[in-house]
Design a protein around this ligand. Structure first.
Ligand SMILES: C[C@@H]1N[C@@H](C#Cc2ccccc2)[C@H](O)[C@@H]1O
Length: 438
């Protein structure tokens, strides 16, 4: 292995209580909210086909006109308690909020930037009431923070001249000041979700990202920070030049998920997912494939079965309300989680051989293994192959009228579980109580 000063400082997952709590939560809510919700993917009658929160980069969008949108930010229907209630109903155990996206607009009245809610008609802090409302429901809050800041004159994508380096040095002080300010203003937050760390200026400054991560950990012990913040001294991101994960969990799964256990190498990881193909901020026109609740539930189940968290993104409108399709998804997922949430919370990789009908999830630290069935075979029987030295003790379903009769032994440690021939319109769950042969 290469001698690295700014690579991974820990081998293996964190074992402390804060990380165990994060690991048990499994379902999160991402919220992308900011000035980009005002145009909502459209400008002067033209439709922007990119991600709504990136509209400022669109050649049809005069950047000065975008930057002046702060003069219209006035979410008169913003009700953080309602946001928290619907997230709680959905079964989310943590929430990630964009404090500042790439455009640099701060949803809190920052001392270090004039480009914040304080300058808008709304005037008031958005983040504080949101953190309080979610915490009151028992939901942890993580702060999304974009290192890229298109509004800051000292931001540089690359350092080409000595003047660039001097400006960027000021920018790094600004970043550290804002992060310190966020932790001082919102001491109950559990971590940061960093983004916008792919440019050379950041990638080539591994020592700063390392020092910053350690500074934040000292300031707020137990803080959880994913792999996206970090680079090592050779410009490697997420995984250092020795292939070791930096940060507290792998944070690269954006709009994609691992397929199998081997893809995550035993690391903690989190997948973040949009409901449309690629819209994080509010886009008035949702084009392309819009994921159904069953699709999102299957992604959540797949994530838990591979020992990771799954975070569903929502983009509130500029007035502070949520679009109908997003409210529908939260309500449908809520109904499913109320019946089946026990299979998700505290779930992890069961180590069973994958079957076509769906996913196994082990309740961490127990012999309880949940089967979440997403694809009912036309045969009406579910094949279950237990690992060696494992005995099947009991089989029950979380809902009535799912299983027909008792499991049929068809080979060594292999069974068919026969299903009651009712057609199902959502994934359903069977609980296997197993025991290790002594
Ligand atoms: C969590 C997500 N990361 C951001 C991005 C991006 C991006 C930028 C360039 C190429 C591919 C993806 C999105 O705007 C959203 O905040």
């Amino acid at each position: 292995t290469l001698p690295l000063e700014h690579g991974a400082h820990r081998i293996g997952n964190r074992t402390d209580a804060d990380m165990a709590r994060w690991r048990s939560q499994r379902l999160g809510q991402f919220i992308h909210w900011g000035l980009y919700a005002i145009p909502g993917g459209e400008w002067k009658g033209k439709t922007y086909n990119g991600a709504a929160e990136w509209i400022r980069s669109w050649k049809e969008m005069p950047q000065q006109e975008y930057d002046n949108l702060y003069k219209q930010f006035n979410p008169v229907n913003y009700q953080p308690e309602e946001w928290a209630q619907q997230a709680n109903d959905m079964g989310a155990k943590y929430m990630i909020i964009t404090t500042k996206h790439h455009d640099g607009f701060c949803l809190w009245p920052s001392k270090y930037s004039k480009y914040s809610v304080a300058a808008s008609p709304w005037k008031k802090d958005i983040i504080g009431p949101m953190v309080d409302a979610y915490n009151k429901k028992g939901i942890d809050v993580y702060l999304y923070f974009s290192i890229i800041d298109w509004n800051q004159p000292d931001w540089r994508a690359a350092l080409k001249t000595p003047a660039d380096s001097i400006a960027y040095q000021r920018f790094k002080v600004f970043v550290k000041n804002q992060l310190t300010e966020l932790l001082q203003r919102y001491p109950t937050v559990k971590g940061f979700w960093f983004d916008g760390t792919w440019d050379d200026s950041w990638k080539n400054d591994g020592s700063f990202s390392d020092e910053l991560e350690q500074y934040l950990q000292r300031l707020h012990p137990g803080l959880i920070i994913g792999s996206r913040l970090r680079a090592d001294e050779k410009g490697a991101r997420h995984f250092d030049s020795n292939g070791r994960l930096m940060g507290d969990y792998e944070q690269g799964w954006e709009r994609k998920l691992p397929e199998k256990s081997a893809d995550v190498h035993g690391n903690d990881w989190e997948g973040v997912m949009t409901i449309p193909e690629n819209q994080w901020g509010y886009n008035a026109r949702w084009a392309g494939h819009i994921k159904s609740s069953n699709e999102l539930i299957e992604m959540l189940v797949k994530s838990a079965s591979l020992g990771g968290n799954f975070v569903i993104n929502f983009g509130p409108k500029s007035d502070g309300t949520f679009r109908t399709e997003e409210v529908q998804r939260m309500q449908e997922i809520s109904r499913w989680m109320k019946i089946n949430g026990s299979a998700i919370y505290g779930g992890t990789d069961a180590g069973f051989a994958k079957q076509d009908w769906g996913y196994y999830i082990r309740k961490s630290g127990t012999d309880s293994v949940y089967m979440v069935v997403c694809n009912v075979p036309v045969s009406g029987q579910l094949r279950v192959k237990l690992p060696a030295q494992t005995t099947l003790v009991n089989v029950t379903s979380l809902e009535k009228n799912i299983i027909s009769g008792t499991p049929e032994l068809i080979g060594k440690n292999e069974y068919f579980i026969h299903l009651d021939h009712k057609n199902q319109d959502a994934p359903f769950v069977i609980l296997l109580q197993t025991s290790k042969d002594s």
